[in-house]
Write a protein that binds this ligand. Structure first.
Ligand code: F6P
Length: 412
């Protein structure tokens, strides 16, 4: 198609990324850029999330630039800037955003983010009529996408957000590696995993050989803790190599014997502009209680930013391209205030545009791990969750070396 015949010639689309980075952000940017420019848009990148639309603006031209979508993180950079008034920043910066959209002649805005970034985009659409398209992103996988997971005749409302598949693979591989060290020292490894208030990412450790797990969706009251310690002891004693890996979500609410309170462990007392504190340190608390109560050597291991960093996985690459196809469809229909999503949880080869749909951004919100995926009586992720993960990760991956060497009895 000749440049002059392109449908959206003369129009500009701008992309921004907000919130925590993921390995799939550059892939999302590149895929959206490619499709939008094919339709004739000039494509801009707004730097540092909403912050790039404040003051004089911070905007780059991505239209005919080489791009590496496999490279992790976001070339546009990110921030947790909230253009709407918040406790931390009571001033509304919406007028600055509107001024810059006008100055840079931006016709359509694509916001790549989680609940916060897309929530702000939704408000701009609803209150100011700005043509926005949301694009999902989060390693936490807690942004509602209304994606259906069909498993043994049961339908579960699941979530599939770009960024999660790469992070899931990283946690699976991390756990599988840790297994040999846990076995070598007959230890219990308490593996802390990001995910804020949702246990989706924590569960991916089960694909790397972890047995149990603690998630934010299940409060660890004093009674629940007692029960949990009993199960840990039993599982450890039964394990052939006297070792266990127990993944725990950073946002687990844990009963503190000293204060008599149930709370998360905070890494800092500061909150961001969306009101979120930072969690961190629960694994140390749990490991030391295991050591004290059960007299079994336990260590804490924080996975931190590991699942957020590094290259995009193949699944994420294709997922972002497929969702970008849906963005092109929304652009062609001039349907704004919507977010492309997968209609059902699919294996790699079925990540195709015909399996996508879009949801109203009014529907954007948090979605914790469904009860159907976690067995509260064994503190473990069940077969339905393993089926969900199998669609994304393929087969579970962890090494097994079964040995049973005969014990040598001394002669004298
Ligand atoms: O939302 C993504 C996430 O990685 C959470 O899992 C985590 O709680 C938070 O971001 C950490 O944020 P920051 O990048 O500010 O440390």
């Amino acid at each position: 198609m000749k440049q002059s015949n392109k449908i959206f010639k003369g129009k500009t689309l701008a992309i921004l990324t907000g919130g925590g980075d993921t390995s799939a952000l550059n892939s999302s940017i590149e895929s959206i850029r490619n499709r939008a420019s094919m339709l004739g848009f000039k494509v801009y990148g707004i730097r540092h999330g909403w912050k790039g639309l404040l003051g004089d603006g911070d905007v780059l031209d991505l239209t005919h630039q080489p791009y590496d979508g496999w490279y992790g993180g976001t070339a546009l950079r990110s921030s947790r800037t909230n253009p709407f008034p918040s406790k931390k920043n009571p001033e509304s910066r919406v007028p600055q955003v509107l001024r810059n959209l006008e100055r840079y002649k931006i016709d359509v805005l694509v916001s790549i983010g989680g609940d916060d970034t897309n929530g702000a985009a939704k408000k701009l659409y609803e209150t100011e009529g700005i043509p926005v398209i949301g694009f999902p992103k989060t390693i936490d996988n807690d942004l509602r996408t209304r994606t259906i997971h069909l498993c043994q005749g049961t339908q579960t409302e699941a979530v599939l957000c770009p960024g999660f598949p790469s992070a899931a693979q990283a946690i699976m591989e991390f756990t599988a590696r840790l297994k040999t060290t846990a076995e070598s020292h007959s230890r219990i490894m308490v593996l802390e995993v990001m995910g804020r208030d949702a246990g989706w990412l924590t569960g991916t450790a089960a694909f790397g050989g972890a047995s149990m797990g603690l998630i934010p969706e299940v409060e660890m009251s004093r009674e629940r803790k007692d029960f949990f310690f009993e199960l840990v002891k039993e599982a450890y004693m039964k394990s052939p190599k006297k070792s266990l890996i127990i993944p725990v979500s950073e946002g687990v609410r844990w009963y503190d014997e000293k204060t008599g309170k149930l709370d998360v462990v905070y890494a800092s007392s500061e909150v961001d502009e969306y009101g979120h504190p930072r969690f961190g340190g629960i694994s140390g608390v749990i490991a030391s209680e295991i050591s004290q109560r059960l007299k079994i050597e336990a260590r804490a291991q924080i996975t931190g930013y590991f699942p957020r960093s590094g290259a995009c996985s193949a699944y994420d690459r294709r997922l972002t391209m497929t969702l970008a196809d849906k963005v092109a469809d929304l652009l062609l229909r001039e349907e704004y205030g919507r977010m492309p999503v997968m209609e059902k949880i699919t294996p790699y080869v079925e990540l195709e545009e015909f399996n996508t749909t879009s949801i109203d951004m009014g529907d954007v919100g948090n979605k914790p791990l469904p009860e159907a995926y976690f067995d509260i009586n064994t503190y473990s992720f069940n077969s339905a969750y393993m089926d969900f993960l199998a669609h994304i990760l393929g087969k579970p991956a962890f090494p097994e070396f079964e040995y049973d060497f005969p014990v040598v009895i001394p002669f004298g």
